[in-house]
Write a protein that binds this ligand. Structure first.
Ligand SMILES: [Cu+2]
Length: 180
């Protein structure tokens, strides 16, 4: 775990992960939207090949609270090939007290309780720390926390990516993650 990353504060220089400008956040989203194939009807994004990069966003401006975005879809099902090397990135664009977010990959299906952390059981990959919310209310001048981790999708199964912050998963901040 990166130093001092857990907590209740907006992104600041002390945050142990990456800090992106609004322009960099837009590049991050654009990159995410050009990797993998989105199916809006199925609300899914399917990746192929042995190297997969997922640029997931927590609460992209213009989207609902307590959701993840990828390819402009809300909480899409993410499908990756068995054996792929997965670079799983998260950018938190949310703003406001307690609007830190992260994503844990679990085999525990919804619905999730208010305090989901323990309920989720042991994570399938080492969990990332919570990403603090953006530095200010003005989206264009704010700075954003980003973080990533990589893992091998070594076991075919149906998983869920879930935000373990209190109440977030209960309110719907999760999506399906399929390895096949
Ligand atoms: Cu969250």
């Amino acid at each position: 775990m990166m130093g001092g990353a857990m907590g209740n504060y907006p992104v600041s220089a002390g945050w142990g992960g990456k800090i992106l400008s609004y322009a960099e956040a837009q590049s991050y989203i654009q990159y995410g939207d050009t990797h993998g194939v989105a199916d809006a009807k199925a609300n899914s994004v399917t990746f192929t090949g042995s190297d997969v990069v997922i640029n997931l966003v927590a609460v992209q401006p213009g989207y609902q609270d307590q959701t993840f975005e990828l390819h402009g879809l809300t909480n899409p099902t993410i499908i990756v090939p068995h054996g792929a090397n997965v670079q799983f990135n998260l950018l938190n664009m949310d703003y406001g007290n307690n609007m830190e977010h992260t994503a844990v990959i679990t085999t525990t299906p919804p619905p999730y309780p208010y305090m989901s952390m323990m309920y989720l059981g042991p994570p399938q990959v080492p969990p990332m720390p919570e990403l603090p919310w953006r530095s200010g209310d003005d989206a264009k001048t704010a700075q954003y926390a980003a973080l990533g981790e990589s893992f091998i999708a070594s076991a075919s199964d149906e998983y869920w990516y879930v935000c373990p912050a209190p109440q977030h998963a209960e309110e719907g901040m999760y999506g399906k993650f399929i390895v096949h």
